[in-house]
Design a protein around this ligand. Structure first.
Ligand SMILES: Cc1ncc(COP(=O)(O)O)c(C=O)c1O
Length: 397
C-alpha cells in the first residue's frame, strides 16, 4: 500500500505562553484601542512599532490592520493618485493588485522568471510607464535587489516592497523591506508572525511616515507614537492627509511582540523543513526545483516547484493524485481563480495585458505551504509522495 500523509497544511503552531500572557494583560485592563493609554503608559502598539523599527533597522514604523492596508497606505503616502499606473508583479496574490485598485490606480504587470522573481529586463522595458513599483517578493523569492534598485533609481521609480512572505529574509545582508522607500509586512495567520490579521509598514522617509500615520487614523494623537517623525513633520502634512482608519489594536500588538523576538529561531525551523522537502524533490525527472541565489536569505514557509511545459491535464493529475495521498498542492496556472491562487488575467478590473512568458511559467508553478507543525519526517514523507506521483504521471506521458 502506498503511504499517505495525514497532517494538516493549514494548522499553524499555538501561540507561546509569553504571547498568551501579554494578551491576557491587555484584556485584564481593557485598553485595547491603541490611543487609550493612561498617564505615563506606553501602549502595546507603540512599543511594537518601536521594537520592529529597531529590529529591522528602520527609522519609522507603523502597525496597521492588515498587510493589504499597509500596501494601500504606502501607495497613498508616496503620492499615488487616482488614475495613475503602478508597476507590479504578474505572479503574486490578489491583495497586491488589490492595493493598487484600492487607491484608484491601475496595475502594469511585469513578467515572472523561472526563479519566480520579477523579470528585470521586462521591468527595465516598462520603466517609463509608471513612477512607482509595488514589488511583491512573492512566495519569498527575492530578485537581484541590487540590480532592481539600480533600474528603479535610474528611472526615478519609487519602490514599495511587499514583504508579506519575506519577514526575516535578506538580500546581500540587507533585510527585505529596507531597500525600497517603504516595506510592508503582513501579520496574518499564514505569515511569519501570527496575530490573525495585522500589518507593519516601515520607512526612513519622515514625510511618508507622517502621512502613513495620519492616513491610518491617528487623529491628532500622533505624539503617542514611538517610531514616528518629529511633530513638525506632521504639521506639514496634517491638513492634506485624510483619515482612512486601519489602526492596529493593543491586543494584536501584544501577541506580536514576543513573536518578533522569536523570529530568527522560527526562520531556522522553517528552513530546515524547506530544505528537507527540496532535497527530496531534487532530480525528479520532469520537475524543476527553484534555484535560490547565494545572496538570498529566505524563509521557507512555502515551497514551489515547476512542471515546465506539461499539459494542464497532467499538472491537474499530479495535484489530484497527491491530494488523494494527503498532500495539498496549489496550482497557479488554473484558468479560474481557486482558493488563494489566481492569475493576472483573473484580475479583470485591470486592463488586459499580454504576457506569454508569464503564462508559460504560471502554468508550471505548483505551490505548497510548509507550516511549522510539520516534523522533518513529515517533510521527507511529503517529498516522497510528490516525487512518486510526479514520476508516475511523467512516465505515463
Ligand atoms: C504576497 C502577499 N502580499 C500581501 C498580502 C496581504 O496581506 P494581508 O492578508 O495581511 O492583507 C498577502 C496575503 O496573503 C500576500 O500573500
Amino acid at each position: 500500500m502506498s503511504e499517505k500523509f495525514t497532517g494538516s497544511f493549514t494548522q499553524q503552531e499555538a501561540l507561546s505562553e509569553a504571547a498568551i500572557e501579554a494578551a491576557m494583560n491587555v484584556m485584564r485592563h481593557g485598553r485595547l484601542h491603541r490611543y487609550n493609554v493612561i498617564d505615563g503608559e506606553l501602549g502595546e502598539a507603540a512599543l511594537l512599532e518601536q521594537e520592529f523599527a529597531a529590529q529591522i533597522g528602520a527609522k519609522y514604523c507603523l502597525a496597521v490592520a492588515s498587510g493589504g492596508y499597509a500596501m494601500a497606505t504606502a501607495l497613498r503616502a508616496v503620492g499615488v493618485k487616482h488614475g495613475d499606473k503602478v508597476l507590479t508583479n504578474a505572479f503574486t496574490l490578489a491583495p497586491v493588485p488589490g492595493s493598487i485598485a484600492a487607491v484608484g490606480a491601475s496595475p502594469v504587470f511585469v513578467d515572472v522568471t523561472e526563479e519566480l522573481t520579477i523579470d528585470l529586463e521586462d521591468l527595465a522595458s516598462k520603466a517609463d510607464q509608471a513612477s512607482v513599483l509595488m514589488l511583491s517578493h512573492m512566495r519569498g523569492h527575492l530578485c537581484d535587489m541590487d540590480r532592481l534598485m539600480q533600474i528603479c533609481d535610474g528611472a526615478g521609480i519609487t519602490v514599495i516592497e511587499d514583504c508579506a512572505h519575506t519577514m526575516g529574509a535578506a538580500w546581500n545582508g540587507i533585510a527585505s523591506g529596507r531597500m525600497g522607500a517603504v516595506g510592508c509586512y503582513s501579520c496574518q495567520t499564514y505569515k511569519h508572525v501570527n496575530s490573525g490579521e495585522g500589518g507593519l509598514l516601515i520607512t526612513d522617509d519622515a514625510e511618508i511616515a507622517a502621512r502613513a500615520i495620519m492616513l491610518s487614523g491617528s487623529y491628532m494623537l500622533y505624539e503617542r507614537h514611538l517610531a514616528a517623525p518629529a511633530p513638525e513633520v506632521f504639521e506639514r502634512v496634517k491638513f492634506e492627509t485624510p483619515n482612512i482608519s486601519g489602526r492596529m489594536d493593543n491586543l494584536r500588538a501584544a501577541i506580536l511582540r514576543p513573536q518578533l523576538r522569536d523570529l530568527g529561531r522560527q526562520v531556522g525551523r522553517w528552513n530546515e523543513r524547506y530544505q528537507k522537502i527540496e532535497a527530496g524533490l531534487r532530480d525528479t525527472p520532469g520537475l524543476t526545483v527553484v534555484q535560490r541565489p547565494e545572496a538570498e536569505i529566505y524563509v521557507g514557509s512555502s515551497i514551489q516547484f515547476l512542471l515546465l511545459d506539461w499539459s494542464p491535464e497532467s499538472v491537474a493529475e499530479v495535484i489530484a493524485r497527491c491530494a488523494k495521498r494527503g498532500v495539498e498542492l496549489k496550482w497557479f496556472g488554473g484558468a479560474e481563480p481557486a482558493g488563494f491562487t489566481s492569475r493576472y488575467d483573473s484580475w479583470r478590473y485591470a486592463e488586459p495585458q499580454n504576457l506569454p512568458q508569464s503564462d508559460r511559467i504560471l502554468a508550471a508553478i505548483v505551490d505548497m505551504r510548509v507550516p511549522l507543525t510539520f516534523s522533518l519526517e513529515d517533510c521527507a514523507q511529503i517529498a516522497r509522495i510528490i516525487r512518486s506521483e510526479v514520476g508516475a504521471v511523467y512516465q505515463a506521458g
